[in-house]
Design a protein around this ligand. Sequence first.
Ligand SMILES: [Zn+2]
Ligand SMILES: [Zn+2]
Length: 159
Amino acid sequence: MRPETPATRPSPPAQKCAEEATSKAARAGVPLTPGRRRILDLLAQERKPLGAYQMIEKIGEATGKRPAPISIYRALDFLLENGLIHRLASCNSYLACRHGHGDKEPIVFLICEKCGQVIEASSAELAEGLVTLATREHFQPRMQVMEIAGLCEACCLQT
Ligand SMILES: [Zn+2]
Ligand SMILES: [Zn+2]
């Protein structure tokens, strides 16, 4: 895939990401308790996906009190269910959704193995291709998420 597909956007600044993520929650009418909002803000400000224990460390540093893992996992489950964040299975970590995709739209995560940056992308061609593929296999997809490992543009230029 060429890096310049229309659905691939350059990364906006962290502050803007945090605003986008929380305004997406507001638009969707998702109630955010302070604990859930803190996790969403943390993920939205971070350029890289975070694991649950990294989040506990960061919240501990910021507030002086380490939250219990169970409360973090509950908040993550809630944010996942409401489509505000995604879980990357290949690195067991989470990231805020920065893409305006629909619920059923296929998503591709392009994961840079060098700097850890993740680009979330989607395209009409991809959606079409997957429909054809699933139909051929008589398969009804529920979730359409792909994780692709490689090098981002900046890291490619460095090598
Ligand atoms: Zn997303
Ligand atoms: Zn990179």
